[in-house]
Structures are given as structure tokens and as C-alpha cells.
Design a protein around this ligand. Structure first.
Ligand code: PSU
Ligand code: MN
Length: 306
């Protein structure tokens, strides 16, 4: 059902720290060659912090936790030939022997099935602006409600409706925790002005919180936890500039009549153009930081008494 790389299988066997990474950002979230650079850099960050990276995807029909270097290269260069897979698409891709990059939702599902508890990404999907008309709400949110994985991110992508996304997470009962901050980061920017219900000071505290959530799963949140890390100050973009670029990107998506799973990749590509590549640099930097924080949390978890 699931293929684990030898390295990931050995680490899990010996209860050593493992961090899951997603592949949609490689195939559909970043332009080439930055996407391949990112795929390799994220694995390197996880290793440098003492954990084993497990990039997740469906490789020629096989759900895989720990894609190989050649898989990563194919996922980064194949363009549209690699599908974007949410949880509902995994079995279809498997039956058809297709390559598929996994979103946050699908990555969480496969990571949990393999026994990986910590996952790093950039920004999760959420409630899209205009969702009252389009009903476009990412399956990432429902996955967080049901699948027990700690997801390290820079909040939800700024192109989304952030207040509505936070409301939806509250409805679903998903704990949202700031990493050294009391408010939701806005992905490209450090601040959204939206207060969070909880805050931790560092990786050890985050690990203890996650362990408590798992211990209390039957009476508290049974699924995931969202750990929100603001982007590094040196690369964070001013909120006003970002909002202006988002308005232009959204207008382009509207004019091009983009719908469904194509919306997020379209908007991210439009943002890269509207910010003259600045958004890509920020995205890469926050991804690397999140991979490092996730590895630190995984290391801290492995050190906690059972
Ligand atoms: N964050 C990024 N780049 C991305 C994504 C998130 O920095 O490409 C991807 C994630 O895989 C996320 C997906 O799960 O976008 C959300 O897509 P949708 O809105 O269609 O659910
Ligand atoms: Mn959607």
C-alpha cells in the first residue's frame, strides 16, 4: 500500500526523528529551477538539524514516503505531467500508475499512515477569497481535523481569506499555535493582526504540547496541530505591497476563469510575476526555516519520555 525509503523505514524502526515534506510545492508551487533547489535544500535542512527527511508523493502509481533523488528531479521538471493530488486523488493515481505530487492534505494522510508525526510545508491551503460564492475551501483544513500530524507552516497562503481560514479551523477544532508569536503569520509577511489561541516559545514546548494532544486525543483534538512560524524578518515582504500584488493576481485569475485545483498554482505563479520574483525568494526562505523548525520539533519529540 505504501512504499517507505530504506532510510525512512530504518529511522522509524529505531524511533529516530523523521520529518515529512510535501511535493505539490515542487511540481506546482514554485518555478523551475527554484523548485528542484527547494526540494533538495529542504531535505538538507532537515538533515542538518538531525532528522531524516521523507518527501511524500505518488511515484508511478506507488504512494511513497521518502521519494528518491531521481523522483524529485522528475517531479521538478515534468511540469503538467505530474498531477496535483489531494487525498481523494491518491487511489485514482495509484490505479492509473501516474506520478502525483501530494498537497498538504494528501501528504498528511500518507505521513500518518507511515507513522511520521511531523511535517513541514510553506503555507497551507484554506478558505479562498470569495468562497461564499465559489465554495472553494482547501481539503487541507478537513485533513487537519482528522489526521494526527503536526504541521509546521507560515500560516495559510496570503492569497486566501485569512480571517475566514482561522474561523474554519476553529469550527473544525484544530489547534493553531504560534511559534514565538501570538498572531497568525501572513505567509509572505510576519503579521496578519489575527490573534492565535496558543503560543509556544520553542521546539521543546511544541513537542510537549503535541505529546499532550496525542495523549488526550480521545477527549480533545483527534487530528493535527498547526504550528505557525513567521517568515524570517530579512525576507518578509511588507503587507501593503503583498496585498496590492494579490489584488492584481486575483483579477488575473478571475479574467482567466481559473477554477478548482488550478486556482492555487495559478495564483502563486501570478504572485511571482507581480512581485518580480520576490515572492519566490520569500517562499524559499520560509520553507527552509519551517523544515529546520520541524526537524527540531521531531528531535525534541524523540527525546521526550514515552
Ligand atoms: N504552500 C506553498 N506552495 C504550495 C502549496 C502550499 O508555499 O504550492 C500547495 C500545498 O500543497 C497545499 C496546496 O496543500 O497548495 C493547496 O491547494 P488547494 O488550495 O487547491 O487545496
Ligand atoms: Mn480548492
Amino acid at each position: 500500500m505504501l512504499r517507505l525509503s530504506a532510510e525512512v523505514a530504518a529511522a522509524l524502526d529505531e524511533s529516530r526523528p523523521v520529518v515529512a515534506l510535501e511535493s505539490t510545492l515542487i511540481s506546482h508551487g514554485l518555478p523551475f529551477p527554484e523548485n528542484l533547489q527547494a526540494a533538495r535544500a529542504l531535505e538538507a535542512e532537515v538533515r542538518a538539524a538531525g532528522a531524516v527527511p521523507a518527501t511524500v508523493g505518488v511515484a508511478r502509481g506507488v504512494p511513497t514516503v521518502g521519494l528518491s533523488a531521481t523522483d524529485l528531479e522528475r517531479f521538478a521538471t515534468a511540469g503538467g505531467a505530474v498531477r496535483k493530488l489531494s487525498r481523494r486523488d491518491i487511489a485514482v493515481a495509484a490505479a492509473q500508475g501516474a506520478d502525483g505530487a501530494t498537497t498538504v492534505a494528501a501528504t498528511m494522510a500518507l505521513a500518518a499512515a507511515a507513522g511520521v508525526e511531523v511535517f513541514a510545508t510553506g503555507g497551507i491551503g484554506g478558505v479562498h477569497r470569495g468562497a461564499a460564492r465559489s465554495w472553494d475551501v482547501s481539503a487541507d483544513l478537513t485533513e487537519l481535523a482528522r489526521t494526527p500530524v503536526l504541521v509546521v507552516c507560515a500560516g495559510a497562503k496570503a492569497i486566501l481569506d485569512l480571517p475566514a481560514t482561522l474561523e474554519y479551523l476553529e469550527t473544525l477544532g484544530v489547534p493553531v499555535v504560534g511559534y514565538g508569536v501570538g498572531e497568525l503569520p501572513a505567509f509572505y509577511s510576519r503579521s496578519s493582526g489575527l490573534p492565535l489561541p496558543a503560543e509556544v516559545a520553542g521546539a521543546r514546548e511544541a513537542a510537549r504540547l503535541w505529546r499532550a494532544q496525542r495523549t488526550l486525543a480521545a477527549v480533545a483534538a483527534p487530528g493535527g496541530l498547526l504550528l505557525c512560524v513567521p517568515p524570517p524578518a530579512e525576507v518578509a515582504l511588507p503587507r501593503d505591497d503583498v496585498e496590492a500584488a494579490i489584488a492584481r493576481a486575483l483579477a488575473r485569475a478571475e479574467a482567466a476563469n481559473v477554477r478548482g485545483p488550478a486556482v492555487t498554482p495559478y495564483l502563486l505563479a501570478a504572485m511571482a510575476e507581480e512581485t518580480h520574483g520576490e515572492s519566490v525568494g520569500t517562499n524559499l526562505a520560509l520553507l527552509r526555516q519551517n523544515a529546520r523548525v520541524a526537524a527540531e520539533v521531531a528531535v525534541a519529540l524523540a527525546g521526550l519520555p514515552r
